[in-house]
Design a protein. Structure first.
Length: 622
């Protein structure tokens, strides 16, 4: 006859129910009922006495010294239960009791494998929250050579209830390269008030594992462009999904199916960036694999599409490896709504279809149109193209504009005899302190029904024909720009830089630049005004206005009609010269032609400008 520990019965899965429970004595009936803690199968055999079963051929009987059914709800456990560490590392654990009532005494042993871990010299724990309830007396002894720690405490006053730690901050140090082992509770006794009744408990041990690389996290886009490099962040992770910052290994990156080219930055803090390029369209996955451990992680499905392949139908934005009518519709839709999905790339592009190298620039504009047209032509093999060559005679409605403060004016961009004009991009440069751009409106050449987009803050406007093959062949107004003068003297220049695309056997890009002079609107007549101040003490301003440009001269006379001062101003254009603080008006410092101060009294000043002449009087009194 052989002894069989009840744990063996538990592991065979006999009559196990969820929760915490006890063994029902059914020896006379030849039956046994087990109730256990799922995380600790030893619980059923742990209290209040031993249970032994005898195996006999054809039968299974059980006897025990249990006299009544008991229920165990109290747990003694290691926190955390799972520890990951490396050699020469440290980790901290607590011993916690869950759901205890009237605790008045405890005695327990915690064993560890001393060849792999040891309690550090500063690892003596402090009393936990449970033992801070009431008054307690006892000791904590550490036996490092033997590999265990013993706790023995008794309540001198009061007791403890609830959930909390018995001891806290037991600091361990790791001794081995592979520290895989357990923290195991030995004999454990908990006592409750009332003649020190023993409390049934479940014991949850701790488990120590080697801290190591477990997997990679790959952060990659789900939709990429063939031949356009994209980046994937590769993060080494440990068993707890934390960044494995110690990773110093070497990985290879592969795709399935097909091939890729890639570069990988150095791992810093467990992270690296892979720059990946794939030319074939279709779907693929990316895998990062450590070449020493073969640990690998693979992304989900990634769509690789042609540049400008926006959707497979008018209802679906899923690419289908074609550049067809639906893509033209999607591009027009994105253009009109300025949707970033239509951002194919900026001005700086290289390469040829189907693998144009271009990076998005955050705007849906003229250059996106150019790239789309190139890709469209490549995919359709040149069918339906316009005859070779294109032409556009582009000019401005005015090269000089006179305007007063708060007045609005329109600058038009006109085209004569355009032939195969695909689109244009206009960039404006002006002084925003003097002039404001109010609006940009497409004229009749392209029309609002065609492609039109503007960013007034940046002063950029794009226009397009969505007849990708032939463009526009006509004469008319391309664009009207509405400005407003903000100051009385808006003298400045508006520079218009224009790039336009002509379609034919190829897409031809041409550039033009224009300059518009903005001047203040001049007065309707010339006039001389009263000097300021009058009488004068230190100096005097002489305001005036000119109806036409002329050489300006001012002479100052005394009451005897003698010239005391000649003020030669030089040529002045048609304008108001009244602003004193900006030295727009003429200035006399009250000195004569010998640079001596003139005497107090009455003086006359005369202004001559072309055919205009006028004289006024002023007084000087110091």
């Amino acid at each position: 006859m052989q002894k069989l520990v009840v744990l063996g019965l538990v592991m065979m899965g006999l009559g196990i129910s969820e929760g915490f429970g006890a063994i029902v004595n059914g020896g006379d009936r030849g039956t046994i009922t087990l109730a256990m803690c799922p995380a600790n199968p030893e619980l059923a055999a742990d209290y209040p006495g031993d249970v032994i079963g005898w195996y006999q051929p054809g039968t299974l009987t059980c006897t025990s010294n249990i006299t009544e059914v008991q229920t165990a709800t109290t747990i003694v456990r290691i926190v955390p239960q799972t520890i990951y560490t490396k050699k020469n590392g440290t980790f901290t654990v607590n011993i916690e009791i869950v759901d205890v009532k009237d605790l008045t005494g405890l005695h327990l042993y915690l064993f560890y494998q001393p060849s792999k871990v040891s309690i550090a010299s500063n690892g003596t724990p402090s009393l936990g929250s449970l033992l801070k309830q009431g008054g307690w007396s006892g000791y904590t002894d550490i036996y490092r050579d033997k590999g265990y720690i013993e706790l023995s405490y008794i309540a001198t006053s009061g007791d403890a209830d609830g959930t909390g730690t018995v001891v806290e901050n037991i600091i361990f140090e790791t001794l081995a390269d592979n520290p895989t082992s357990d923290l195991i509770f030995g004999s454990t006794t908990l006592l409750a008030t009332g003649d020190y009744i023993e409390i049934p408990v479940a014991l949850l041990n701790g488990h120590i594992y080697s801290y190591q690389l477990d997997h990679f996290n790959l952060l990659a886009p789900k939709d990429v462009i063939a031949a356009r490099p994209f980046t994937t962040t590769v993060t080494a992770k440990d068993q707890e999904e934390k960044v494995f910052s110690d990773y110093k290994g070497t990985i290879v990156i592969t795709s399935n199916p097909g091939t890729i080219s890639y570069t990988l930055s150095n791992f810093i803090g467990g992270k690296a960036v892979a720059t990946i390029t794939r030319y074939a369209v279709g779907t693929m996955t990316i895998k990062a694999k450590d070449i020493e451990t073969s640990i690998a992680t693979e992304t989900g499905s990634i769509i690789v599409r042609y540049l400008c392949d926006f959707g497979g139908s008018l209802q679906s934005e899923n690419p289908n490896n074609t550049i067809a009518f639906e893509d033209l519709v999607w591009f027009a839709k994105y253009w009109r709504s300025q949707d970033p999905k239509g951002d194919i790339g900026g001005q700086n592009q290289s390469g040829n279809p189907p693998y144009i190298q271009s990076q998005p620039d955050g705007a849906v504009e003229f250059w996106d149109l150019v790239i789309f047209a190139k890709m469209w032509r490549w995919f359709h093999g040149g069918k339906g193209l316009a005859e070779t060559g294109g032409f556009a005679d582009i000019g401005l409605s005015a090269t000089k504009i006179e305007v007063g403060k708060d007045a609005e004016f329109v600058l038009g961009i006109d085209v004569k005899e355009a032939k195969n004009l695909l689109g244009a991009n206009i960039t404006l440069s002006y002084d925003p302190e003097k002039i404001a751009l109010l609006s940009a409106e497409s004229g009749n050449l392209f029309g609002q029904d065609e492609g039109f987009g503007s960013d007034l803050e940046k002063g950029e406007i794009s226009l397009a024909s969505f007849d990708i093959d032939k463009g526009v062949s006509a004469s008319g107004n391309m664009l009207n720009l509405r400005f407003k003068s903000l100051v009385e003297d808006p003298e400045s220049k508006i520079r218009v830089n224009l790039s336009y695309a002509l379609t034919g056997n190829d897409i031809e890009i041409k550039d033009r630049s224009f300059e518009v002079c903005v001047e203040p609107a001049g007065p309707a007549y010339s006039a001389l005004f009263q000097s300021v101040p009058n009488p004068a003490r230190e100096g005097v301003w002489i305001p005036y206005q000119l109806a036409e440009g002329a050489e300006v001269e001012i002479k100052v006379y005394n009451i005897l009609g003698q010239v005391v001062k000649n003020i030669d101003i030089g040529y002045k254009p048609k304008r108001f010269y009244k602003a004193l603080e900006q030295n727009s008006a003429a200035r006399w410092d009250l000195t004569n032609n010998s640079n001596q101060k003139v005497a107090n009294g009455l003086y006359f000043y005369q202004l001559k400008a072309g055919k205009f002449s006028d004289t006024k009087a002023m007084a000087i009194s110091r």
